[in-house]
Design a protein around this ligand. Structure first.
Ligand code: GAP
Length: 448
């Protein structure tokens, strides 16, 4: 008798093994032993990451008429980081083990009297500050005058360009500036797969509002919009929370703050921070540069510094969330009473690297191969597709693991009557339909 499938969450080790096996994420420089905190996205991971960025960009920029795009340089004038506070205050407190030489963040230690790696007693050095910015040098001289940093966040590139942006885009507050780009932090203890990396991507929105009493409403609207975004792409609401920071948890200048957190296999972890930062950032750059970055309001003939609502999401953490959240081990009993098990990645169809896979039932039958390849290339115009051939059970298994929502199988009936079998990933239900109507059928199912 057929019974309803039972599902189980999959642990982090298994997810990172799947990510490697199927070409989502590889350790950076693997053939040289890897480099801690750096990752490469493989053929499927690169597409998934691009889809996540596109989904954020579509909702934050393209679907609005009050947000403009930006793309600033990674290396900026060192004064940017002085003004922003990163030179003086962007550090973690760390200790070293004098025996095994390993380094730890003080706030990650449960017991300060013992090294968590080698177990030595009283071997940890006194705590000291460790600045997280990565240094580089600009030009041929490696003296201090050439010292610079790789940006630890993309936001500052927007603040220092505030005037250039609003003047050229002809925007007045309320309006936003969005940017997706790489950031670098010399994390003391990178870990939990890509969760804490030293090179990562951020998607940041800086939304500038007038000081007219509606600023908290704008803050709430962005929190709601981000909630709706995660919900739309199917993140389990039981494992996602929007944590309101208390006054003592917020920086002194911030009027409100919400951390978006996901329940990873090791516990809650931050995906995004949404903050009302007042005039802090523009003020800091005006003070150090001596340049006036205030907005000039033509109507009232008044200069004022707009308030800032920021939403800052980590793309790599969001990709990891989609992988972890979508991945399930499913056990079921087929109509013949046989127990089967599969790993299935229930990615949202707009995020899935492959949206429809087309198979030929046999690889040594030219007429089947030709027909299947023809169907795949026709679908490719509007969907992300893949052609494959061979053992159907193995092909389904592979596509389930990479999150492909639909598989189309071309068998002998396709040659006789022009129909194909379409199998849906989540329910595993199959139906036969005419190959002619396939594109429209899949487009509708995939919400295109
Ligand atoms: N401009 C504000 C800002 O950078 P943040 O809370 O420091 O705020 C925002 O960073 C997001 O960037 C985090 O919520 C996280 O998703 C991502 N992020 C920060 N450090 C990271 C790291 N070491 N590895 C991966 N993602 C990181």
């Amino acid at each position: 008798m057929e019974t309803a499938p039972s599902t189980q969450r999959v642990g982090m080790d298994e997810i990172s093994a799947l990510a490697k096996r199927r070409g989502f994420i590889f350790q950076s420089s693997e053939i040289y032993g890897g480099l801690g905190g750096f990752w490469d996205y493989g053929p499927l991971g690169a597409v998934l990451k691009r889809n996540v960025k596109d989904a954020w960009w579509r909702d934050t920029v393209e679907l609005r008429d009050d947000v403009v795009a930006f793309d600033s340089s990674i290396v900026m004038h060192p004064s940017v980081w002085k003004a922003s506070g990163h030179v003086d205050a962007f550090h973690d407190v760390m200790v070293d083990c004098k025996v095994c030489k390993h380094r730890f963040r003080l706030d990650h230690l449960k017991d300060r009297s013992q090294c968590p790696d080698c177990g030595s007693k009283d071997s940890l050095t006194p705590p000291r500050n460790f600045n997280l910015m990565m240094r580089t040098s600009v030009g041929p001289m490696e003296d201090t005058s050439a010292a610079a940093y790789l940006r630890p966040e993309t936001a500052q590139g927007i603040f220092v360009n505030f005037k250039n942006i609003y003047q050229t885009a002809r925007k007045r507050p309320p309006f936003g500036v969005a940017q997706i780009g790489k950031s670098f932090r010399n994390e003391i203890t990178p870990g939990n797969f890509t969760y804490r990396s030293r090179e990562f991507e951020q998607a940041e929105l800086e939304y500038f509002v007038p000081d007219d009493g509606n600023d908290m409403e704008a803050f709430r609207q962005w929190v709601d919009r981000r909630k709706a975004w995660y919900a739309h792409y199917g993140v389990d609401s039981e494992r996602l929370r929007f944590y309101e920071l208390t006054e003592s948890e917020r920086p002194h200048y911030a009027k409100a703050g919400v951390d978006v957190e996901y329940l990873f296999p090791w516990g809650w972890g931050e995906l995004e921070s949404i903050a009302h930062r007042g005039t802090y950032d523009l003020d800091a750059h005006m003070n150090l540069s001596g340049k006036d970055l205030r907005f000039f309001d033509e109507a009232s003939k008044r200069h004022y510094t707009p308030l800032l609502i920021e939403s800052s999401a980590g793309i790599d953490r969001t990709v990891l969330t989609f992988l972890v959240d979508a991945c399930e081990r499913e056990r079921s009993v087929d109509p013949n009473g046989k127990e089967t098990e599969r790993i299935v990645l229930r990615l949202h169809p707009l995020l899935a690297p492959v949206q429809a896979a087309v198979f030929s039932l046999a690889r040594n039958k030219p007429e089947l191969v030709e027909r299947a390849r023809g169907i795949e290339s026709a679908l490719r115009r509007s969907l992300r597709t893949q052609y494959d051939e061979g053992n159907i059970g193995q092909l389904y298994r592979r596509q389930d693991e990479i999150g492909t929502p639909f598989c189309v199988t071309v068998d002998y009936e396709a040659l006789a009557d022009g129909t194909v079998t379409v199998r849906e990933r989540d329910s595993m239900r199959q139906e036969r339909l005419g190959a002619d109507g396939l594109t429209r059928y899949l487009e509708e199912k995939l919400e295109r």
